[in-house]
Design a protein around this ligand. Structure first.
Ligand SMILES: [Zn+2]
Length: 147
């Protein structure tokens, strides 16, 4: 998956803001370009009871999906943070994952984002995640038309 430094910082800022709760959001882009993120969309985490859960707002998700459609983009992934926990998918993450979608998890320790991992379901039947390499790309990549 490819992302710019500025987009990654946007996610880190969001993760800091919501600490000690998880942040969550959408990664809009194109699968054809090797999973190029063209836009980061912070979302509302409806779950404010536990610090190890996130729950998207259905209405907000539909809105983002419709805006992505209009822009000729896909929701290629979602991101969320793990406050004081490694960036490894939980059982809950496993259960909520979709095939093909990138799953970005940022680990936050005492409100400081530490490291990021990208995951993708290896196959739906097994419900098993595999790590995906994260490539930091130049801003200029985003100026090319979606293929
Ligand atoms: Zn998680």
């Amino acid at each position: 998956m490819k992302i710019t430094d500025a987009q990654l910082k946007q996610i880190y800022t969001h993760a800091k803001e919501t600490y000690p709760y998880e942040c969550c959001g959408f990664l809009l882009g194109t699968f054809d370009d090797g999973g190029l993120v063209r836009e980061v969309r912070p979302a509302t985490n409806l779950n404010q009871e536990r610090t190890d859960r996130f729950e998207f707002d259905g209405k907000e998700s539909l809105q983002v999906q419709s805006e992505a459609d209009d822009a000729g983009l896909d929701i290629i992934g979602i991101y969320h943070s793990h406050p004081d926990w490694p960036p490894i998918p939980s059982q809950t993450d496993m259960d909520s994952a979709f095939v093909n979608m990138y799953f970005l998890i940022v680990s936050v320790h005492q409100s400081m984002p530490l490291n990021t991992n990208i995951w993708r379901l290896a196959d739906e039947g097994m419900r098993r995640f595999e790590g995906v390499a994260l490539e930091i790309v130049d801003q200029a990549e985003l100026n090319r038309d979606p293929s």
